[in-house]
Ligand binder design. Structure first.
Ligand code: A2P
Length: 316
């Protein structure tokens, strides 16, 4: 396993994504992953499966397959708990579901806030403007969670460089991580440079293109990563699979990568990608594929009247 050192911690560079992993499948998937050697699980209450992930984590610890100290568990603060007084309770609920006494990393899931009783908004009235619940106040509540030992590190997801800059300006504890969509069609080189200069790590989500997203989150004619000819050619050259090339590409760029799978063979295949090393010419060929294409564009949070827009979320 490859690790990145960050201040006083080491984070496994490769982890298991659990977004879209169905109840009834994710329990087995997490157990299989830990048996294969995965040591990093990426979770969120928004995925509505933390309970099952927790059952698998506990059983694997009870069976001495893995020790808590060797595991890296990330979870996230959902959009309906941004009010500072709601943050610790949300984290405690996640800890209960995951059957843990602390997280390794706790992230603000989106720079978007909902009213506390809303799980997913149905009308513009379900949103809270960030002016009413400023990120810096939510962040202070996350900092308190670190002080209380409920999480070792804190960070964000889906933050633009502008939002990171604003956060850094007022933070006592700097974010360790920005978890964002990263793959050859959305390479975000400026973000990589920005975060490297400020010692913020990046996690690449949707590294394989997340083709199992719900229909409502997909656009017509989305480009496919797994069938891209350049990726396929590099895979063939290395006697690897396209998925392995996509995972290796993320690791070559020094980002954490969290491919999701609930299939035993693909879990193994993805894990083996840590051993694949791409050549300079492979990286140069993949660099040419960047078309700035966002698969998870936040449009589902940008209903007219909500106060949020796609351009505003990404500051583009
Ligand atoms: P499955 O869970 O059945 O393996 P992402 O990580 O970008 O969200 O992509 C997840 C999607 O990619 C899921 O549909 C998952 O299906 C599929 N997937 C995971 N690993 C592989 C692989 N090695 N080859 C092809 N598809 C994969």
């Amino acid at each position: 396993m490859k690790y990145y050192k960050h201040l006083d911690v080491s984070i496994p560079a490769f982890g298991l994504g659990t977004w879209k992993s169905q109840k009834g499948e994710v329990y087995e998937a997490v157990k299989q992953a830990l048996q294969i050697g995965y040591r990093h699980i990426d979770c969120a209450p928004a995925y509505t499966n933390e309970n099952e992930v927790g059952k698998a984590l506990q059983e694997m610890q009870d069976d001495k397959i893995v020790q808590r100290d060797d595991l890296w568990v990330t979870s996230k603060l959902w959009n309906n708990a941004h009010k500072p007084e709601d943050v610790e309770g949300a984290l405690q609920k996640t800890l209960t579901d995951l059957r843990l006494d602390h997280l390794d990393l706790f992230l603000i899931h989106w720079p978007v806030a909902f009213k506390p009783e809303v799980f997913f908004p149905k009308s513009p009235a379900d949103y809270l403007p960030l002016e009413e619940v400023p990120i810096r106040e939510t962040w202070q509540a996350l900092e308190e969670c670190v002080e209380k030992g409920l999480t070792r590190k804190i960070g964000v997801c889906n933050f633009s460089t502008k939002k990171l800059e604003d956060l850094l300006a007022g933070a006592t504890v700097a974010p360790m991580m920005n978890q964002i969509e990263l793959h050859p069609y959305l390479q975000q080189q400026d973000m990589l440079t920005f975060c490297k200069e400020r010692n913020i790590l990046l996690t690449a989500y949707s590294p394989l293109g997340s083709s199992d997203r719900p229909k409502g989150m997909k656009k017509k004619d989305e480009p496919s990563l797994l069938t891209n000819k350049v990726i396929a050619g590099i895979a063939e050259k290395h006697q690897a699979t396209p998925a392995q090339v996509l995972i290796s590409w993320a690791l070559e760029r020094q980002t954490v990568v969290i491919p999701k799978s609930v299939n035993a063979e693909r879990l193994q295949e993805n894990y083996a990608a840590v051993e694949l090393h791409l050549e300079v010419e492979d990286m140069a060929a993949i660099a040419q594929l960047d078309i700035g294409y966002r698969l998870v564009d936040g449009a589902f949070f940008a209903a007219p009247g909500s106060g949020y827009t796609v351009a505003g979320i990404w500051d583009e």
